[in-house]
Design a protein around this ligand. Structure first.
Ligand code: DC
Length: 208
Protein backbone atom coordinates (compact mmCIF):
# COMPACT_ATOMS: atom_id res chain seq x y z
CA UNK A 1 0.00 0.00 0.00
CA UNK A 2 1.31 3.46 -0.76
CA UNK A 3 1.83 6.12 1.90
CA UNK A 4 2.69 9.55 0.54
CA UNK A 5 4.50 12.33 2.40
CA UNK A 6 4.54 15.68 0.56
CA UNK A 7 7.16 18.17 1.70
CA UNK A 8 7.09 21.64 0.14
CA UNK A 9 8.82 24.91 0.88
CA UNK A 10 11.20 27.58 -0.45
CA UNK A 11 14.86 27.09 -1.40
CA UNK A 12 17.24 26.01 1.38
CA UNK A 13 14.57 25.76 4.09
CA UNK A 14 15.78 22.30 5.09
CA UNK A 15 13.33 20.25 2.97
CA UNK A 16 16.04 18.01 1.59
CA UNK A 17 17.56 17.20 4.98
CA UNK A 18 14.16 16.60 6.57
CA UNK A 19 12.96 14.50 3.61
CA UNK A 20 16.03 12.26 3.61
CA UNK A 21 15.81 11.71 7.38
CA UNK A 22 12.07 10.96 7.21
CA UNK A 23 12.60 8.51 4.33
CA UNK A 24 15.38 6.73 6.26
CA UNK A 25 13.32 6.60 9.46
CA UNK A 26 10.20 5.10 7.87
CA UNK A 27 11.90 3.16 5.06
CA UNK A 28 10.20 5.26 2.36
CA UNK A 29 11.64 6.02 -1.09
CA UNK A 30 12.63 9.68 -1.55
CA UNK A 31 12.37 11.91 -4.61
CA UNK A 32 13.87 15.42 -4.59
CA UNK A 33 11.64 16.85 -7.34
CA UNK A 34 13.81 19.98 -7.64
CA UNK A 35 16.36 17.73 -9.36
CA UNK A 36 13.93 17.18 -12.26
CA UNK A 37 13.82 20.93 -12.90
CA UNK A 38 17.56 21.18 -12.37
CA UNK A 39 18.14 18.47 -15.02
CA UNK A 40 16.08 20.49 -17.50
CA UNK A 41 17.74 23.78 -16.43
CA UNK A 42 21.25 22.35 -16.79
CA UNK A 43 20.53 20.85 -20.20
CA UNK A 44 18.92 24.12 -21.32
CA UNK A 45 21.97 26.17 -20.29
CA UNK A 46 24.30 23.71 -22.05
CA UNK A 47 22.32 23.19 -25.25
CA UNK A 48 20.30 26.39 -25.68
CA UNK A 49 22.16 29.04 -23.71
CA UNK A 50 20.90 31.88 -21.51
CA UNK A 51 17.90 32.71 -23.76
CA UNK A 52 16.22 29.48 -22.53
CA UNK A 53 13.96 29.50 -25.61
CA UNK A 54 10.71 27.93 -24.27
CA UNK A 55 9.98 25.68 -27.28
CA UNK A 56 13.39 24.07 -27.03
CA UNK A 57 13.21 23.84 -23.23
CA UNK A 58 9.86 22.03 -23.52
CA UNK A 59 11.44 19.53 -25.94
CA UNK A 60 14.28 18.90 -23.46
CA UNK A 61 11.79 18.30 -20.65
CA UNK A 62 10.41 15.24 -22.49
CA UNK A 63 13.82 13.56 -22.29
CA UNK A 64 14.36 13.49 -18.50
CA UNK A 65 15.13 10.04 -17.12
CA UNK A 66 15.80 8.66 -13.64
CA UNK A 67 19.52 8.29 -14.45
CA UNK A 68 19.83 12.06 -15.02
CA UNK A 69 19.02 12.69 -11.36
CA UNK A 70 22.40 11.22 -10.34
CA UNK A 71 24.44 13.82 -12.27
CA UNK A 72 26.93 15.65 -10.07
CA UNK A 73 26.61 19.03 -11.78
CA UNK A 74 23.05 19.92 -10.75
CA UNK A 75 23.72 21.77 -7.49
CA UNK A 76 25.36 24.96 -8.79
CA UNK A 77 23.83 28.42 -8.31
CA UNK A 78 23.57 28.89 -12.10
CA UNK A 79 21.64 25.65 -12.52
CA UNK A 80 19.34 26.59 -9.59
CA UNK A 81 18.36 29.86 -11.28
CA UNK A 82 17.85 28.13 -14.64
CA UNK A 83 15.72 25.46 -12.91
CA UNK A 84 13.53 28.15 -11.37
CA UNK A 85 13.08 29.76 -14.82
CA UNK A 86 12.24 26.58 -16.75
CA UNK A 87 9.89 25.57 -13.89
CA UNK A 88 7.67 28.54 -14.75
CA UNK A 89 6.88 27.04 -18.20
CA UNK A 90 3.54 25.18 -17.87
CA UNK A 91 4.40 22.50 -20.49
CA UNK A 92 7.65 21.69 -18.70
CA UNK A 93 5.73 21.09 -15.47
CA UNK A 94 3.15 18.93 -17.29
CA UNK A 95 5.89 16.79 -18.85
CA UNK A 96 7.28 16.02 -15.39
CA UNK A 97 3.99 15.12 -13.67
CA UNK A 98 3.81 11.41 -14.61
CA UNK A 99 7.33 10.70 -13.37
CA UNK A 100 6.47 12.23 -9.97
CA UNK A 101 3.06 10.58 -9.57
CA UNK A 102 4.45 7.16 -10.53
CA UNK A 103 7.19 7.60 -7.93
CA UNK A 104 4.62 8.56 -5.28
CA UNK A 105 2.84 5.22 -5.74
CA UNK A 106 5.85 3.14 -4.69
CA UNK A 107 4.83 0.26 -2.47
CA UNK A 108 6.22 0.85 1.00
CA UNK A 109 5.73 4.59 0.91
CA UNK A 110 7.34 7.65 -0.65
CA UNK A 111 8.50 11.12 0.35
CA UNK A 112 8.50 13.76 -2.38
CA UNK A 113 9.88 17.22 -1.74
CA UNK A 114 9.46 20.31 -3.89
CA UNK A 115 7.19 23.32 -4.31
CA UNK A 116 3.83 21.93 -5.48
CA UNK A 117 3.71 18.37 -4.16
CA UNK A 118 0.90 18.91 -1.65
CA UNK A 119 -1.04 21.24 -3.95
CA UNK A 120 -0.69 19.81 -7.48
CA UNK A 121 1.29 16.57 -7.75
CA UNK A 122 -0.17 14.68 -4.76
CA UNK A 123 -3.12 16.67 -3.43
CA UNK A 124 -4.30 13.50 -1.60
CA UNK A 125 -0.95 12.89 0.14
CA UNK A 126 -1.30 11.23 3.55
CA UNK A 127 0.87 13.88 5.23
CA UNK A 128 1.78 17.36 3.98
CA UNK A 129 4.53 19.44 5.52
CA UNK A 130 5.44 22.99 4.56
CA UNK A 131 9.04 23.58 5.64
CA UNK A 132 10.13 27.18 5.77
CA UNK A 133 12.68 29.55 7.37
CA UNK A 134 13.59 33.23 7.09
CA UNK A 135 15.37 34.24 3.85
CA UNK A 136 18.47 35.22 5.89
CA UNK A 137 18.74 31.84 7.63
CA UNK A 138 18.24 30.03 4.32
CA UNK A 139 20.89 32.17 2.59
CA UNK A 140 23.34 31.47 5.43
CA UNK A 141 22.86 27.72 5.05
CA UNK A 142 23.07 27.77 1.25
CA UNK A 143 26.16 30.02 1.38
CA UNK A 144 27.97 27.53 3.66
CA UNK A 145 26.96 24.66 1.38
CA UNK A 146 28.23 26.40 -1.79
CA UNK A 147 31.43 27.49 -0.01
CA UNK A 148 32.14 23.92 1.08
CA UNK A 149 31.68 22.83 -2.51
CA UNK A 150 34.29 25.37 -3.56
CA UNK A 151 31.96 27.81 -5.37
CA UNK A 152 33.29 31.36 -5.39
CA UNK A 153 30.37 33.40 -4.03
CA UNK A 154 29.37 35.80 -1.22
CA UNK A 155 26.58 35.77 1.38
CA UNK A 156 24.97 38.83 -0.24
CA UNK A 157 24.92 37.19 -3.67
CA UNK A 158 23.35 34.04 -2.22
CA UNK A 159 20.73 36.07 -0.31
CA UNK A 160 19.82 37.97 -3.48
CA UNK A 161 19.56 34.64 -5.37
CA UNK A 162 17.33 33.12 -2.69
CA UNK A 163 15.01 36.15 -2.73
CA UNK A 164 14.86 36.20 -6.56
CA UNK A 165 14.07 32.50 -6.69
CA UNK A 166 11.39 32.77 -3.94
CA UNK A 167 9.76 35.61 -5.86
CA UNK A 168 9.77 33.75 -9.19
CA UNK A 169 8.61 30.47 -7.63
CA UNK A 170 5.82 32.14 -5.63
CA UNK A 171 4.52 34.52 -8.28
CA UNK A 172 4.38 32.23 -11.31
CA UNK A 173 0.93 31.42 -12.73
CA UNK A 174 1.23 27.63 -12.69
CA UNK A 175 1.71 25.64 -9.51
CA UNK A 176 3.21 28.50 -7.49
CA UNK A 177 5.03 27.86 -4.23
CA UNK A 178 2.28 27.94 -1.62
CA UNK A 179 1.40 25.89 1.44
CA UNK A 180 -1.53 23.51 0.93
CA UNK A 181 -4.47 24.42 3.17
CA UNK A 182 -4.00 21.13 5.05
CA UNK A 183 -0.20 21.30 5.34
CA UNK A 184 1.55 21.29 8.73
CA UNK A 185 3.91 24.28 8.98
CA UNK A 186 7.47 23.63 10.12
CA UNK A 187 9.55 26.80 10.56
CA UNK A 188 13.19 25.72 10.84
CA UNK A 189 14.67 29.25 11.39
CA UNK A 190 15.52 28.55 15.02
CA UNK A 191 15.62 24.76 14.99
CA UNK A 192 18.62 22.46 14.81
CA UNK A 193 18.56 19.76 12.15
CA UNK A 194 17.74 17.16 14.80
CA UNK A 195 14.85 19.22 16.16
CA UNK A 196 13.38 19.82 12.69
CA UNK A 197 13.65 16.12 11.82
CA UNK A 198 12.11 15.07 15.16
CA UNK A 199 9.13 17.39 14.60
CA UNK A 200 8.59 16.05 11.07
CA UNK A 201 8.75 12.43 12.25
CA UNK A 202 6.32 13.15 15.08
CA UNK A 203 3.86 14.77 12.64
CA UNK A 204 4.00 11.70 10.38
CA UNK A 205 3.61 9.25 13.28
CA UNK A 206 0.50 11.14 14.30
CA UNK A 207 -1.06 10.44 10.88
CA UNK A 208 -0.09 6.79 10.55
O1 DC B 1 14.39 22.51 -4.60
P1 DC B 1 15.43 23.07 -5.59
O2 DC B 1 16.10 24.29 -5.05
O3 DC B 1 16.37 22.03 -6.07
O4 DC B 1 14.55 23.52 -6.86
C1 DC B 1 15.11 24.16 -7.98
C2 DC B 1 14.02 24.96 -8.69
O5 DC B 1 13.08 24.06 -9.29
C3 DC B 1 13.19 25.87 -7.79
O6 DC B 1 13.70 27.18 -7.72
C4 DC B 1 11.82 25.85 -8.40
C5 DC B 1 11.75 24.56 -9.17
N1 DC B 1 10.89 23.55 -8.56
C6 DC B 1 9.55 23.61 -8.82
O7 DC B 1 9.10 24.54 -9.48
N2 DC B 1 8.72 22.64 -8.38
C7 DC B 1 9.18 21.64 -7.62
N3 DC B 1 8.33 20.69 -7.19
C8 DC B 1 10.56 21.57 -7.31
C9 DC B 1 11.40 22.56 -7.77
Amino acid sequence: MSFIVAIDGPAAAGKGTVSKAVAAHFGFAHLDTGLLYRVVGRAALAKIGPSLDPERVIALSTEVSADDLDRNDLRTAAVAQAASKVAAIPEVRENLVTFQRDFAQRAGGAVLDGRDIGTVICPDADVKLFVTASAERRAERRFKELEQRGEDTSYDTVLADVIARDKRDSERDVAPLIAAADAILLDTSDLSIDEAVAQAIAAIHAKR
